[in-house]
Design a protein around this ligand. Structure first.
Ligand code: GDP
Ligand code: MN
Length: 393
């Protein structure tokens, strides 16, 4: 479970990390009240489960009430790479002397926790790893011993944190490690970890992922899964038991099995298209489930064409075909569909579809062909390699 920034900061504060006091707001008026409580200047921050909010215009400083109103009304409802902003976090703005980076995660290949620290914060850590790998300190921690003060200080020193704040950085790293262990997190990340002109070390951002399998040990954290901030389409899909992730393209995708769906996304991207979602209908998809899946895919207004990529193993292609026919009868979709059925009962499945003469449904025999067809259809171009809307093998 991923937490919003402000929820992550609450956990950080529990373990002694410095964070700025602030308040949540869901309306412009609440934002004004929150800003008055936090004290000007404030920073108005979109609360969405995706990074890069600053670059997208979702993080703005405000010196007075007028500016809070402007920024709050701009940011509420904003779409940040497929995530709609419903919640703001307003905190007292910090002055920044330096932006560092710190994180703790599990390094599975080393079977050990890994602490990462850099004085090059505020940018994507992958960028730092690429451009200045010498500025990145990676240190494994003995899970039984934990992170000692001496080790934390050694990381700050090796990372060349300003000398006068090395103790402060070490304390922050220890608190971050404590958070990771005590809250059963799989990732805790602070970017940026700032040094203020007063030389205080403070978490300006928070990215926390909790291990769902350990949530039963943390009754306090169980309420953190914030369905209001979940994308409404994702929320609906999850209620139906569908594995759905909204993406920002225009080609709806449905497949069976996470691996197949992921490679479908890749093949569509390779063909020049942009997937609108990940949707794994799972094994043994029956007609009802396919109908639900089609409804979920089409509830995203960005979708211009849909690709069904089914490889029948446990899933029987004739079941999928029946599901598709039922879905079409109920929903009467206006969009083009490309269907690739392969594997168990594929001949029967394709025959069913051909008999049904569904409008605007195109059959494909390979994944690559299916991808090229759906990309053309989404762009409103003629379909390569087929005659018309007929389906058949
Ligand atoms: P992200 O873009 O989603 O990672 O959001 P962050 O919370 O990291 O904020 C993005 C950037 O906004 C930070 O790297 C800072 O440069 C800036 N920022 C955020 N909060 C403050 C603040 O209190 N004061 C100042 N001066 N800048 C801030
Ligand atoms: Mn950040």
């Amino acid at each position: 479970m991923d937490l919003l920034e402000y929820q992550g900061k609450q956990l950080f504060a529990r373990h002694g990390l410095n964070v700025s006091p602030g308040h949540v707001a869901t309306t412009v008026d609440e934002a004004v009240q929150a800003a008055a409580d936090a004290g000007y200047p404030v920073v108005v921050k979109a609360q969405v489960l995706i990074g890069g909010r600053g670059k997208a215009g979702g993080v703005k400083l405000a010196a007075n009430e007028d500016e809070v109103r402007t920024h709050a009304s701009n940011i509420l409802g904003m779409d940040i790479r497929g995530h709609t902003v419903h919640t703001l976090w307003i905190e007292h703005a910090s002055d920044i002397a330096s932006e560092y980076y710190a994180s703790v995660l599990l390094d599975r290949s080393a079977s050990a926790p890994l602490v990462i620290f850099s004085v090059e914060g505020g940018v994507e850590i992958e960028e730092v790893a690429h451009n200045s790998p010498d500025k990145l300190v990676r240190r494994h921690v003995d899970a039984l011993d934990g992170l000692s003060h001496a080790e934390a200080l050694a990381i700050a020193t090796e990372g060349q944190a300003d000398e006068d704040v090395r103790e402060g950085v070490a304390a922050a790293l220890k608190a971050l490690y404590e958070t990771w262990v005590a809250e059963d997190a799989s990732l805790v990340e602070i970017n940026p970890l700032i040094v203020t002109p007063e030389r205080q070390v403070k978490a300006l951002d928070a990215k926390v992922t909790l291990d769902d399998n350990a949530l039963f040990r943390h009754p306090d954290n169980q309420g953190l899964s914030d369905t209001a901030n979940e994308d409404p389409i994702e929320h609906h899909a999850h209620e139906q038991g569908l594995q759905y992730v909204k993406l920002d393209g225009d080609i709806g995708i449905l497949g069976n099995g996470a691996g197949l769906v992921m490679s479908t996304l890749d093949v569509v991207a390779q063909a020049g298209g942009a997937p609108a979602n990940f949707l794994d209908a799972g094994g043994g998809s029956d007609a009802a489930k396919i109908t639900q899946a089609v409804e979920v895919i089409l509830s995203n207004p960005a979708v211009k064409a849909v690709l069904f990529n089914i490889f029948g193993g446990i899933t029987r292609c004739d079941e999928v075909a029946r599901g598709l026919i039922t879905a079409f009868e109920q929903i009467k979709p206006q969009l083009p569909f490309v269907v690739r059925l392969d594997g168990t009962n594929d001949v029967a499945g394709r025959a069913l579809l051909a008999d049904a003469k569904l409008p605007n449904v195109h059959a494909a025999h390979t994944m690559n062909q299916a991808a090229e067809m759906v990309v053309a259809l989404a762009a409103g171009l003629p379909v390569p390699g087929t005659d018309d809307a007929s389906v058949g093998s």
